[in-house]
Design a protein around this ligand. Sequence first.
Ligand SMILES: *[C@@H]1O[C@H](CO)[C@@H](O)[C@H](O)[C@H]1NC(C)=O
Ligand SMILES: *[C@@H]1O[C@H](CO)[C@@H](O)[C@H](O)[C@H]1NC(C)=O
Ligand SMILES: *[C@@H]1O[C@H](CO)[C@@H](O)[C@H](O)[C@H]1NC(C)=O
Ligand SMILES: *[C@@H]1O[C@H](CO)[C@@H](O)[C@H](O)[C@H]1NC(C)=O
Ligand SMILES: *[C@@H]1O[C@H](CO)[C@@H](O)[C@H](O)[C@H]1NC(C)=O
Ligand SMILES: *[C@@H]1O[C@H](CO)[C@@H](O)[C@H](O)[C@H]1NC(C)=O
Ligand SMILES: *[C@@H]1O[C@H](CO)[C@@H](O)[C@H](O)[C@H]1NC(C)=O
Length: 421
Amino acid sequence: MHSFRAIPFAVLSFLTTVYGQTFTDCNPLNSTCPPNQALGVANYTIDFTQNTMSDKVWNVTARPINYGDDGAEFTIAEKGQSPTVQSNFFLFFGQVEIIMKPASGQGIVSSMVLQSQDLDEVDWEFIGGNNSYVETNFFSKGNQTDYGNAIWYPIDAPQDSFHNYTLDWSPEKLDWIVNGNIIRTLTYKDAANGLKFPQTPCDVRLGIWAGGDPSQPQGTIDWAGGKTDYDKAPFTMAVKSVRVSDASRGTQYVYGDNTGSYQSIKVLNDTKPLHLDGNNSPSSSQTMSQKWSGLPQTTKYIIIGVVCGVVGLAVIIFGFCCFRQRRAGKHEKLLEDAKYEKMQGEVMAHRMDMNRMRSEHKMMGASSVEHFSPMSPMMGNAGAQYPFPSQASPMIPGRSPNPNGYSNGYAYGGGRGYQKY
Ligand SMILES: *[C@@H]1O[C@H](CO)[C@@H](O)[C@H](O)[C@H]1NC(C)=O
Ligand SMILES: *[C@@H]1O[C@H](CO)[C@@H](O)[C@H](O)[C@H]1NC(C)=O
Ligand SMILES: *[C@@H]1O[C@H](CO)[C@@H](O)[C@H](O)[C@H]1NC(C)=O
Ligand SMILES: *[C@@H]1O[C@H](CO)[C@@H](O)[C@H](O)[C@H]1NC(C)=O
Ligand SMILES: *[C@@H]1O[C@H](CO)[C@@H](O)[C@H](O)[C@H]1NC(C)=O
Ligand SMILES: *[C@@H]1O[C@H](CO)[C@@H](O)[C@H](O)[C@H]1NC(C)=O
Ligand SMILES: *[C@@H]1O[C@H](CO)[C@@H](O)[C@H](O)[C@H]1NC(C)=O
């Protein structure tokens, strides 16, 4: 975003209020400022496909940021949006690795920035209309007339897949690394013998903005690759993960004088360290609703469709089972009534022993009542199985509607009685 630093300051201050990445609350070069909160650890990693940003560690300076399968999604859905975050921690040399995919779209700028309180700065920038280059840039002590540091490098389709953009920063040199390949090295000596070398504790900033918004000056629109066409929105920059290693391992960094040199920075180690999130704390996992809101609209429709389909199908199957079972029940009852009557007839016809007949008759009558009366519509099928606790409750969904199950049930209770004949 700094290629347009040549443009008038009024324009710049407008941009900075939009984007917030080129200003400082307190400049240690001419003020006494509060200390910088140090990251202070060798390996802070946050995977945004699993975790969200805790506001102890990240300051969302422009919303919204959503979370989905691609991690943290910075989306411009309409004019006026420019989702941006900055870390509450500072690193004083070290490494910053960002696995990300910039947004496509003419006039859309995706960027990753290291910035210090005295406005040293290191940039990665992507122009949405250009899917084959990344811009690398740096600034020193907020010198806004020093705009000749940008270099563009060809890289392989950054918008199509996640790449690993790493900065390796020491007092001697700064490397810009893409997927393990160093594309640019700035040495301390080459940067005006250190005078222009970024060397003060920096925070980490990630954001997307519309450099091609029609309200922007022509120079900015041209740099951003042309006017933004909001009809093509949403434009999404996705950050999968961030890993930061702070080489200085302090708890706070303090400017010892107004030179802005790295030798002037005091590394304090006697204050409370920052509470980290990500892998350091499970408390910031993506919630279900964050995961849901992070899903693409089409995926949501598919999920809603599938859920409705499954529920609908369950209702149909349940209804069908009720119908089948009630019919099966009626059928059984008719059969058993017929059997009963047939037996009654046989009994009479064969003139069996009257005493024995009387007792058997009572028994069959009892089992008929026991097993058929629960088949009323009010009881559903639950009653039919009630005497057989070893069997699955019919109220458990997905239970097989196999009518044999019921036949066996009746055979167990009722049939045994008949087998005696
Ligand atoms: C000093 O402070 C003023 C006002 O706070 C600011 O405008 C100016 O840019 C600062 N100077 C430097 C060298 O940062
Ligand atoms: C940093 O931490 C992450 C997550 O805990 C781990 O996967 C990775 O290997 C670590 N890297 C280093 C260099 O220790
Ligand atoms: C977040 O950033 C804004 C803008 O730079 C600043 O005013 C605010 O104090 C920051 N919040 C925290 C918690 O650091
Ligand atoms: C992408 O940017 C590079 C460097 O500025 C330029 O040479 C190239 O023509 C651009 N490609 C497109 C498609 O704009
Ligand atoms: C800013 O950079 C320009 C270009 O290198 C240089 O001429 C100028 O002296 C610098 N300004 C300051 C205040 O260092
Ligand atoms: C990203 O690149 C850096 C520098 O080459 C490397 O150390 C790191 O392991 C890479 N990270 C991943 C996740 O591949
Ligand atoms: C600060 O304390 C930590 C933990 O005790 C230690 O690892 C680190 O080296 C110390 N840093 C400095 C600058 O003393």
